[in-house]
Write a protein that binds this ligand. Sequence first.
Ligand SMILES: [Fe+2]
Ligand SMILES: [Fe+2]
Length: 131
Amino acid sequence: MTEGSALAAGRGEMDGEHRVQMSLIFALEQALESGLGKDGVKDLVTQLIAFTNVHFMSEQLLMRFAAYPDIGMHEAEHDGLMDQLRRIESSFVLGDSRMMISESQVLRHLLVEHIRTHDLFFSQYLSDSAA
Ligand SMILES: [Fe+2]
Ligand SMILES: [Fe+2]
């Protein structure tokens, strides 16, 4: 499975946002590995948190509109992912870039798994409801 197909939850706007999320994580990992300055890393962490938060809110709003029955479980997943983002932020505050890299890798794996399961289930629910 290619990275592109792994990220395809099946709806254009959701897929586009997932690609932005993954690009931001990738950019953060690259920045940490190449030793980018503190301000640059801080900007990437801030953007990643802000974008992810907006993306999760928009998915959850769509779930409410669509009366999605598994919204509770999906929101709990989002909360867990936001917790992981806060771990990255805490490592940044501690100035621990090794820890930031490993926490970012954990986030990347969790997020890919979330997109190919929970987001895909929701996308399929939307398609079924529209049919
Ligand atoms: Fe998503
Ligand atoms: Fe989601």
